[in-house]
Design a protein around this ligand. Structure first.
Ligand code: ZN
Length: 99
């Protein structure tokens, strides 16, 4: 895998690398717990980054101008990143037909 250099891909790659380091260092670590911790940290940082600037007429901040607006925006990103993931569908999904 090539090393990402742009901030978006670098952050995504480093987060996956971190998860792998944690589970490699502790084989007893539950990957679900690791993933939940990563998600909690990612959401914390995302919300930190989306604090509105304080100008009530700022068009850039309009989509994140309230907690409710930020949650709509966050859920939109979650949906998009999930659908973009190669793991969005799993071959073991309950709704996958088996012939
Ligand atoms: Zn603003």
């Amino acid at each position: 895998m090539t090393q990402a250099t742009d901030p978006f891909n670098l952050a995504a790659q480093e987060l996956v690398d971190l998860a792998n380091r944690i589970t490699d260092a502790d084989p007893e670590a539950d990957p679900w717990d690791v993933a939940d911790g990563l998600l909690a940290g990612a959401i914390h940082y995302w919300l930190f980054s989306r604090q509105p600037c304080g100008d009530p007429r700022c068009e850039d901040c309009e989509p994140v101008s309230t907690a409710e607006h930020r949650m709509v925006e966050l859920q939109r990103w979650v949906q998009q990143f999930a659908e973009d993931s190669e793991y969005y569908h799993a071959p073991t999904d309950a709704n996958v037909g088996r012939a």
